[in-house]
Design a protein around this ligand. Structure first.
Ligand SMILES: *[C@@H]1O[C@H](CO)[C@@H](O)[C@H](O)[C@H]1NC(C)=O
Ligand SMILES: *[C@@H]1O[C@H](CO)[C@@H](O)[C@H](O)[C@H]1NC(C)=O
Ligand SMILES: *[C@@H]1O[C@H](CO)[C@@H](O)[C@H](O)[C@H]1NC(C)=O
Length: 317
């Protein structure tokens, strides 16, 4: 074998190893995620038109396919959003989301639960926030939790995604029960908030509504407002599908009645996420969680010592 020949073969081998390990695209390496249980398959999808109603910007909400899909749009005139008709006490909440392409700096797509409308001074919140980006950057996924109004302590974590969220639909899910809160992306847990480790006084514990919104976050989203929304690229269209909202139902009109699974002290119907299989993560899910956090998380409030002189208790656990 000639030297050149050898070199050629070696470089072929090298290229094939590279292409197997990571598909390199213009936006950097795409990692192959570990396989995990498909939690989303356990819960039925339901039309947006059945479970959600207009929160704001009705003219920028377009239901499709008989309500199984919804586009929510931000343009110069307005953003838009949907809110669940019911409130929920615990449950599994998920949507498949496809984000707008191109320069989206300042655009925020949020998929979250909140009860700030009912408890303005001591509200709870569980948030997915997808933050748009200027040219040549990528969408950032932020998660956050507020419990009983502790708004002074933001519990933000930020991730880069291991896929391009503008090309296809990807599933963003929240599981919330008395044991833990789990954020999942395509069924891979990216964050787990365990009840014991967080002081019970700041664990989201009151019924919440489910929201999805798209809005102009120029003031804070992209490097603190350095790159505001550029409406030259509007409209910004986020497409949503595969809505899952399975939880203990609360009447919207009677905020004192307990959830439908929690009426009095006996369970009426079973809480869909209160069974043994939802008490803690499986070993596969734990491996997925470690993978996501070690490879894709780039900010955690727990590491932010410039922001917190004394880190919140769960960060020291
Ligand atoms: C559309 O949705 C309505 C209400 O959910 C349902 O009654 C109807 O059968 C659906 N139509 C089709 C074609 O799926
Ligand atoms: C939540 O806050 C309210 C009002 O500040 C307080 O009365 C209540 O005890 C708190 N709940 C928990 C679980 O700490
Ligand atoms: C609200 O719920 C409570 C507890 O279930 C019940 O006692 C009360 O009658 C309800 N109020 C209304 C207006 O339905």
């Amino acid at each position: 074998m000639t030297f050149l020949h050898q070199k050629f073969l070696l470089s072929c081998l090298f290229m094939s190893i590279i292409s197997q390990l990571s598909k390199v695209s213009s936006r950097g390496p795409i990692y192959k995620p570990p396989s995990v249980e498909q939690l989303t398959n356990r819960f039925p999808s339901t039309p947006f038109s059945g479970k959600m109603s207009t929160f704001f910007g009705a003219s920028n909400i377009h239901m499709k396919n008989n309500g199984s899909y919804a586009d929510i749009i931000l343009d110069k005139k307005t953003g838009s959003g949907l809110v669940s008709k019911d409130r929920y006490h615990h449950g599994f909440f998920s949507a498949a989301i496809k984000l707008p392409m191109g320069d989206t700096s300042g655009v925020v797509l949020a998929f979250y639960m909140s009860n700030s409308d009912v408890f303005p001074n001591n509200h709870d919140e569980i948030d997915f926030e997808l933050l748009g980006h200027e040219k040549r950057r990528q969408w950032v996924l932020q998660t956050n939790i507020y419990g009983n109004g502790s708004v002074k302590t933001g519990r933000e974590e930020k991730f880069y995604l291991w896929f391009d969220p503008t090309q296809e639909f990807h599933q963003y899910s929240m599981l919330w029960n008395t044991h833990h809160i789990v954020f999942l992306v395509d069924n891979i847990p990216i964050r787990e908030v365990i009840y014991n480790q967080v002081s019970s006084s700041v664990y989201p514990s009151k019924p919440m509504s489910l929201y999805t919104t798209i809005w102009d976050g120029s003031q804070w989203a992209t490097h603190g407002g350095k790159y505001p929304v550029n409406y030259k690229y509007a409209p910004f269209v986020a497409s949503l599908g595969e809505l899952k909202a399975e939880g203990c139902l609360m009447s919207k009109t009677n905020s004192t009645s307990p959830g439908s699974c929690l009426k009095s002290s006996t369970l009426l119907t079973s809480d869909p996420v209160e069974g043994d299989e939802y008490i803690k993560l499986t070993s596969q899910q734990t491996a997925g969680l470690k993978w996501a956090r070690s490879k894709h998380m780039f900010y955690s409030y727990c590491k932010d010592t410039s922001r917190y002189k004394v880190l919140p208790p769960e960060c020291r656990a």
